[in-house]
Every structure is written in C-alpha cells, then in structure tokens.
Design a protein around this ligand. Structure first.
Ligand code: PGA
Length: 260
C-alpha cells in the first residue's frame, strides 16, 4: 500500500486526478466511481482538464460503488443522478456506459448479482475510487461486512445516516436506511484501489485502515490485502498515522519509473 500525504484537499484532488488521467489516456479503461463529498474536487479538476486540455473519456466506461434503495433515478440524491450532475454529464463518457446498481429492483439480491456480472463482463474495474466513512466503511460496507462480500443489500449504520443527513436537508428521516453496495470482495477485484480522505474527521478511520489490523470492523482495512492500493490524504486526515514520516520519505524518494 502506498500512502501519500498532501498539504491540503486541493492537492489530494490534483494527485488523484493525475492517476485518473493516466487511466483515461489508455486505449480503454473501466473507471470505478464514488459519490460523497470527498471526490468532488477531483471530479471538478477532471472536468477542467476535459474542457481546457482536451482530456477525453470517450473510451471509458464507469461503474458506481453503490446506490440508495428506494430512491428513483430522478431524485437528486440518488447516486445515479449525483454522478451525472457532478461528473459524467460534464465530460464525454457515453451516458449508457455509466452504470450503477438498481436501487429500485424488486429483487435486490438478484440485482446485486447482476451488477457483479456486468462488471465482470466489462473486463473488471481498472481503477476504483473510494471515499471512507468515519466508521471505516468503503462503498456502503459498514463495520461487520464480510471481507469477501459481493454486491448486495446493506442496512446503513445510524452513524452513516447521521453523516449523510446533510445531503437530505439535515433530516435523518429522509435518508434511506438500505443500500445496494459493491461488496468488499467486488471492490477488491479492481486492479487499483485509490482511497481519498480529507479533514480531521477521517483521521481515526484512516489510521485504522492503514495501520490497524485487517478486520471487518474497519472494512477499509481490506486495502492491506490488495496488490495495488493507494491512499491519498491531506495533513488532517493523515494526522493519526504513526508512520507518517516514512510515508513522506518513501513518496519523496520514489524512483521516477515507479508510478502511483
Ligand atoms: P464523504 O463520504 O466523502 O462525503 O465524506 C465518504 C463515504 O461515506 O464513503
């Protein structure tokens, strides 16, 4: 795992955008997208590069991590809509190639299996962007999630409902209690995991992810088992890392050929 500590959220977004730019320039790429507030600055930077520098996503397809159960796609907090409003409608990725779990499916279990099949049929995700919850979740895999889980229905932790109420007019009763989320096994199948965290509220979760035991109690700790995992944090989110000096030293002394 590579841990990259940046001075602020803007530099986190820029470094993450550099990684995504490299994938977008490939002959084709399958991008794993995340919602939430953390990736927004990276999406803005990629939109800017598309507009000002001709960066094209025309040969990319994308899969979202998760979706609320019960929200129609037209709901502005559905992740189907969120990713279009905040990213994909501003670039040249074909809209039909932007996939998300079907939160309105009559049979969520079958919908989860179908989603995993669609990812596999697309050849798998090349790079998966991840935020992290204050409880250590990735996607919506709450503490206790099986480390090998596949896309399935999950019940949100009350902490996550409280954290996300800000998107629903600060009204927790409006936040759906159930979600369809890629499992930790599904996420782990991606070729490269790129986890972003900013702000002091994420410091404990980041420390547990990078330096704690691998445990279902901190679902993001599954990154320790991945062959290509990158964690990019700002100073605040990295403030709980005991080995911060080594991570900085290693990043500053990387051989030029060794990309992120
Ligand atoms: P945030 O959410 O980016 O809005 O903090 C992250 C997450 O819950 O995965």
């Amino acid at each position: 795992m590579e841990v990259i500590i940046q001075p602020d959220a803007e530099s986190v977004a820029r470094v993450a955008a550099d990684v995504f730019t490299d994938y977008a320039r490939r002959e084709s790429a399958t991008l794993g997208l995340a919602t939430g507030s953390t990736p927004l600055a990276m999406y803005l930077e990629l939109i800017r590069r598309h507009r000002d520098e001709g960066l094209s996503f025309a040969r990319c397809r994308a899969f979202l991590l998760d979706e609320y159960v019960g929200l129609p796609r037209t709901h502005e907090q559905s992740y189907y809509r969120f990713i279009r409003d905040n990213f994909t409608s501003h670039i040249d990725i074909p809209d039909d190639d932007v996939h998300s779990p079907d939160g309105l499916a009559d049979d969520p279990t079958a919908a989860g299996l179908a989603y995993d099949r669609a990812i596999a049929e697309a050849g798998g995700v090349d790079v998966q962007l991840l935020g992290i919850g204050t409880d250590g979740h990735i996607g919506f895999n709450e503490p206790g999630s099986s480390l090998r889980s596949r896309t399935r229905l999950k019940t949100l932790h009350p902490q996550t409902i409280a954290d996300n109420a800000r998107f629903f007019g600060d009204d927790e009763s409006q936040v759906p209690h159930h979600v369809l989320t890629q499992g930790l096994g599904t996420i782990s199948d991606a070729g490269h995991l790129l986890l972003l965290a900013t702000g002091s509220g994420k410091a404990d979760a980041v420390a547990a992810t990078v330096e704690g035991p691998v445990s279902a109690l901190c679902p993001a700790s599954i990154l320790q088992f991945h062959q290509h995992a990158t964690v990019i944090v700002d100073e605040e989110a990295g403030s709980g890392l005991a080995n911060a000096d080594y991570y900085r030293y290693a990043f500053e002394n990387k051989p030029a050929w060794q990309h992120i």
